[in-house]
Ligand binder design. Structure first.
Ligand SMILES: [Zn+2]
Length: 303
């Protein structure tokens, strides 16, 4: 067992060093901010559990491995996880129905980002009863939950089936080629950082955090965390995303056109809010599953 653990750790480490750019979803920056926001909101119990589950080389920094599920999704061993990053909904339905939509392209149920969050949250809820033998499944579960809570909040990750969440809608973002999915994954974030925060992602993240600690969204944060059953909660997050994808993502966009200032100005606040919600809600889940035994009745899933 020790050998297996070691090899998993060294795989993680090796991959971090060599494949840092192979990202195709809510960008590295989006995931890093989501996880950093969450980590700063962890209770002492949850912070300790996270520290215990992370490999030593990240020195307790969850965000360093939040992109890991994107990096390994094409590896043979993890190829099964590829459909877990998104949800394809019927074109123009602008709605999410778990039974109808949460499956992979072969119809396997629960194989979507909402199902994945349920599954890995359920696994984590056993952490406190587990033995050290379970530790490395728990590490992966932590990384998957942390990553997928980011993905489910990216509106275009709950998009239409035919255009693959905007991936096949080629267009220009200001002067360079892009596609609608990538605009929401990364372009808006990078443009915000470079235009408004001197290319400093940390300043951008601090601005997002200021909005919910004492700014625009401070009255809403408690309601973001409302969650008494993980199934209802992931359904809510997915419904929010497809509604935003319809209203702000797809709305008025034609393939081949150039998106620039107008689109950026109106969509940037939505992207920032989704990053904030993803982070706040991830901390809520981790605080609940890793909470002290007195709050077990508060748990999200049956143990
Ligand atoms: Zn992803």
């Amino acid at each position: 067992m020790a050998l297996i653990r070691l090899s998993i750790i060294s795989c993680l480490g090796f991959f971090m060093i060599n494949n840092y750019n192979a990202v195709q979803a809510w960008s590295k920056e989006g995931h890093v901010m989501t996880c950093q926001i969450a980590q700063e909101l962890l209770s002492p119990d949850a912070a300790h559990a996270v520290q215990m589950l992370l490999p030593d080389y990240v020195k307790g920094n969850l965000s360093a491995l939040c992109v890991w599920p994107d990096q390994i999704r094409h590896w043979y061993r993890y190829r099964w996880t590829s459909p877990l990053h998104f949800i394809d909904t019927p074109d123009d339905a602008c709605s999410f129905d778990y039974t109808r939509d949460c499956h992979d392209s072969n119809g396997m149920v629960d194989m979507c980002v909402a199902g994945a969050i349920k599954n890995f949250t359920s696994q984590l809820s056993h952490y406190q009863h587990g033995t050290s033998d379970r530790r490395y499944n728990m590490t992966e579960a932590l990384l998957f939950v942390s990553h997928f809570m980011g993905d489910i909040h990216q509106p275009m990750h709950v998009g239409f089936t035919t255009d693959e969440g905007g991936n096949t809608i080629d267009l220009r973002w200001f002067r360079h080629k892009s596609n609608l999915h990538h605009v929401w994954d990364r372009e808006i974030i990078l443009t915000a950082a470079s235009e408004l925060y001197d290319k400093d992602m940390e300043s951008l993240q601090k601005a997002i955090q200021a909005n919910f600690t004492h700014g625009l969204w401070s009255d809403d944060v408690n309601s973001w965390k409302d969650c008494d059953d993980i199934s209802n909660c992931v359904n809510k997050y997915a419904k929010e995303s497809i509604a935003l994808a319809c209203k702000w993502g797809y709305e008025g966009v034609e393939a081949g056109e150039t998106l620039s200032d107008d689109y950026f100005d109106s969509r940037m606040p939505i992207v920032m809010k989704r990053i904030a919600q993803g982070g706040v809600r991830l901390s809520m889940i981790l605080n609940r599953v890793f909470g002290s035994s007195s709050s077990l009745e508060d748990a999200l899933v049956p143990t």
